[in-house]
Ligand binder design. Structure first.
Ligand code: GAF
Length: 388
């Protein structure tokens, strides 16, 4: 049974500073850190101006950075041999590709927002599992953002955090080309220990929701079915949602009601819209149930959410369905797939004493069905981005 530990931030930062100095022959000035996330409810609702309820993981991406004076930037990673080097102007759309688009793209987006740096060297250590639907991309963007903002002399006050979120969203959508909705960057910057973050994308209001997790563990299972948000499935879902809103004559599906959705002419578009409307309606009840520790309500709402993603939004897969079903059979209170879908992770609310049994049952089922061995991690609600 493999369980992924987040590592100790101070140790990771010290090791990264040493690696930075070996690579660039000069000390790092700052280490930025930003977490991955797991979403508890509200999937594919962010770009429909709906609600979401993610939390920041203890698993994070770290970047060591130092300023340069020649207008150039260099990016390297401990996880990937690919590097990127160029001028700040070259870091924008059409410039960096691969992982560097998410990292260097933030420099360009910060520049567009008026944050100028005279150049920078960056070394990345990503501790959020890649392709697991746990938002390693936003963790990378936001860790670069907080490091660069520190180099620019900016305190991470509320206005600067908002600026960082917006810049990271621009890097992801305009430089990396992933048409995502903003949930991941928002929680990577605004996450709080002990709480999930309720975000309303209609009003842009955010509110921490303290979780009553006494005796309960949030267990995340990475199915090892790797997902990519740039590969077309995500964009196709988004296009269906826009088609639904257009047919209904509303600016977004947030303004749609279920009775009208059921009259949409195309069966697929109707099902997509049904998921979005019912999923947004589940967010506040889940927030309330997790605040009061109401296990029955969580069980029912998680089950309805998973079924909606499997049947109406069609973003689940055999491995996710198995992880969810087996978790519940083995004693989880409730379980659902989480994140963008097409692979990635499930999240289960599990009584502490059943955690080992749930992990073992999922591992056994995956082995029996010839699936890749899954990886588990415990989602302790943690702090958003900052510097070390
Ligand atoms: C991905 C996207 F990046 C988010 O914006 C969100 O749409 C999520 O999938 C699905 O809820 O993580």
């Amino acid at each position: 049974m493999s369980q992924l530990a987040p590592g100790r931030p101070d140790q990771i930062a010290a090791d990264l500073r040493a690696a930075f100095e070996r690579r660039y022959a000069a000390p790092a000035t700052v280490v930025g850190r930003a977490p991955g996330r797991v979403n508890l409810i509200g999937e594919h609702t962010d770009y429909n101006r709906g609600r979401v309820l993610p939390l920041a993981l203890p698993h994070a991406t770290y970047v060591a950075a130092a300023p340069r004076t020649d207008g150039r930037a260099r990016f390297a990673s401990l996880q990937d041999d690919a590097t990127w080097e160029g001028t700040l102007a070259e870091a924008g759309p059409g410039g960096p590709t691969g992982w560097a688009a998410y990292a260097a793209g933030v420099l360009w987006a910060l520049g567009e927002a008026g944050i100028e740096v005279p150049g920078v060297d960056v070394l990345v250590d990503g501790r959020v599992p890649l392709g697991a639907g746990l938002s390693s991309s936003a963790a990378l963007e936001c860790s670069v953002a907080v490091a660069v903002l520190a180099l620019a002399g900016r305190d991470l006050d509320a206005a600067t955090r908002r600026l960082a979120i917006d810049a990271c969203i621009r890097a992801e959508t305009e430089v990396a080309g992933a048409p995502t909705g903003g949930m991941d960057q928002t929680v990577a910057v605004l996450g709080e220990p002990g709480a999930a973050l309720l975000v309303d994308f209609d009003t842009d209001e955010t509110r921490p929701v303290p979780l009553a997790l006494d005796g309960l563990t949030l267990l995340v299972t990475d199915t090892r079915v790797s997902h990519e948000l740039t590969d077309g499935g995500y964009a196709a879902r988004r296009a269906d949602c826009e088609a639904a809103a257009a047919e209904l004559g509303v600016p977004s599906l947030r303004q749609a009601d279920l009775a009208a959705v059921e009259r949409i002419s195309d069966e697929r578009v109707r099902a997509r819209a049904r998921h979005v409307v019912t999923e947004t309606d589940r967010v506040l009840p889940v927030a309330e149930a997790l605040t009061r520790g109401d296990r029955d309500a969580v069980a029912e709402l998680f089950a309805a959410s998973h079924a909606s993603m499997r049947d109406d939004f069609e973003i689940s897969c055999d491995e996710l369905d198995a992880a969810v079903a087996v978790a519940v059979e083995a004693g989880a209170v409730g379980a659902r797939m989480t994140g963008g879908g097409f692979g990635g992770s499930s999240v289960a609310l599990v009584p502490d004493e059943r955690v080992e049994a749930v992990m073992r049952a999922i591992d056994t089922e995956f082995a029996l069905r010839g699936f890749a061995a899954p990886a588990h991690l415990v989602a302790v609600p943690s702090a958003g981005a900052g510097t070390l």
